[in-house]
Design a protein around this ligand. Structure first.
Ligand code: PYC
Length: 307
């Protein structure tokens, strides 16, 4: 398997450019189901230890159904599959440019949850236009073990998010452990209370907020990803979900700029336009850098590969 690694504002992406599973030519929403049902060993091989680690988001480069799209992408991580991935899309765009396969300018990528726009601004910077994002449930109150009543909003940004109004401590990297524990407890409480996304989809990302450290940003976040890792970037789909909430509350108008700072201090510049179904179309700009070009090896004698 040939992969090219990058990081987007600190968050790693591993793009499979050769040797991935053959998922046929159907819609990406069907190909991701086939990936999960028949080829999940490829996912584990690409992102789990010893070749990967918990924070790595994998992206399988596929032929798109729509020939006007530059590429198809299926995202996955240590826990399963993602609908969309903002940092991963920026990482894939910069990686394709590194491979000489994407020129500066406007492009489209297919994902399992829809087509996204991608503007490659320079060799390391891309602006993505995400799928339509929306607020689903406002001011949901849950009982979180050890923390009492906690309220937040449920929003779609290409994945389902619970955007929490409370934080247990400061959003700094020395507090990753308590922030992770609090966010895991929220996830457990959401499951217990049977609170889901619109289609019954699991709310598998938890997002906490605080004022930013840098005065030019609007907010700082901490995002817990489905497999228990935290996002080193401000999370593209999480920032999209935040914009959907800000649009409803009137705190950010269409075309206004929102600078989302991550727990590590990196930033996405975001804005939105109105969507056709009552939601918003978020734009997210960030930087990515290629970190490795590698061939992942499968040694048939390796006991870790047995079963
Ligand atoms: O940037 O959308 C994102 C993302 C999702 C999970 C990790 N990063």
């Amino acid at each position: 398997m040939r992969v090219i690694d990058s990081h987007t504002e600190g968050e790693p992406t591993r793009l499979i450019v050769e040797g991935g599973p053959d998922l046929g030519n159907g819609p990406l929403s069907e190909r991701v189901k086939l990936f999960a049902a028949k080829f999940d060993n490829f996912r584990c091989f690409a992102v789990d230890e010893p070749r990967g680690y918990d924070a790595v988001v994998g992206a399988l480069l596929c032929k798109p159904v729509d020939p006007t799209c530059a590429a198809g992408l299926i995202f996955f991580n240590n826990a399963g599959y993602l609908g969309m991935c903002g940092h991963g899309t920026i990482g894939a765009a910069v990686t394709l440019a590194h491979m000489g396969k994407l020129a500066p300018g406007h492009h489209k990528f297919e994902t399992p949850v829809g087509v996204v726009g991608v503007e490659l601004l320079d060799a390391n910077t891309a602006k993505i236009e995400n799928v339509e994002s929306f607020l689903h449930l406002k001011n949901v109150e849950i009982n979180v073990e050890g923390h009492g009543k906690v309220s937040g909003d449920v929003a779609w940004g290409g994945n389902w998010f619970f955007l929490c109004k409370k934080r247990p401590c400061e959003l700094v990297t020395s507090n990753i452990a308590p922030l992770t524990a609090f966010s895991q407890a929220i996830k457990t409480a959401l499951i217990k209370a049977d609170i889901t996304g619109k289609d019954g989809g699991e709310i598998d990302h938890i997002e906490l907020f605080s004022p930013p450290v840098v005065s030019t940003a609007n907010s700082r976040n901490f995002v817990l990803c489905p497999g228990g890792a935290y996002d080193r970037s401000p999370c593209g789909t999480g920032t999209s979900a935040k914009l959907a909430c800000l649009a409803v509350s009137g705190e950010l108008k269409p075309g206004g700029t929102w600078i989302q700072e991550s727990i590590t201090g990196s930033r996405f510049v975001a804005s939105y336009r109105l969507g056709q179904n009552g939601g918003i179309i978020p734009s997210i700009t960030g930087r990515a850098f290629v970190t490795a070009e590698a061939k992942l090896v499968r040694d048939l004698n390796d006991f870790l590969l047995a079963g």
